[in-house]
Design a protein around this ligand. Sequence first.
Ligand code: SF4
Ligand code: SF4
Length: 185
Amino acid sequence: MNFLIRGFNHCHALLTGLGVTLRYLVTPKMTQEYPEKPGPLEPRYRGRHTQRRYENGLERCVGCSLCAIYCPAYAIFVEAEENDPENPVSPGERHAKTYEIDMLRCIYCGLCEEACPEDAIQLSYQPGDPDDPDDIKARYELANYERPQRFLFDKEMLLEPLTEKMKAKRARELEDSKKSKEEVD
Ligand code: SF4
Ligand code: SF4
């Protein structure tokens, strides 16, 4: 009797397994042809850090170093500099002359993002072209064979690209402020 029950259980397991195989034979394939065609990133993806700009292109970062203080991995280095009033880099009194993140230390905890009073540093879905595979890969492919140089992300690597739209908005703002000064004079 036990022999029959065991045989039945084995056949049942075998047929269940075959059923799964047959079901996947007729369902659409999920294979992603990475790295030729990287998969899409979800809108809430949090990955590579970005230093953000305002809509007028000014840098959000004011060099306050709060992110560096809160970082549990001591991965951030900030060196602030006074803004030139005629040609400011950020809306504050100061901006970050140097901003570096050591990606080998970073544990992607997001505390830098939480600490930042200007919403400047963000673990983000970096702005770019969502249809460009190379652009998408650049956002999450952080592995590299050249250490440590390639893992020390400086401001140039982190800063959001300055778009034509931002430049135009800044130019309009400067023009408006020039006009209002002339009216006052
Ligand atoms: S994500 Fe965390 S570990 Fe990485 S730089 Fe920010 S605070 Fe530091
Ligand atoms: S990223 Fe934010 S917290 Fe860090 S220095 Fe800049 S403004 Fe301060």
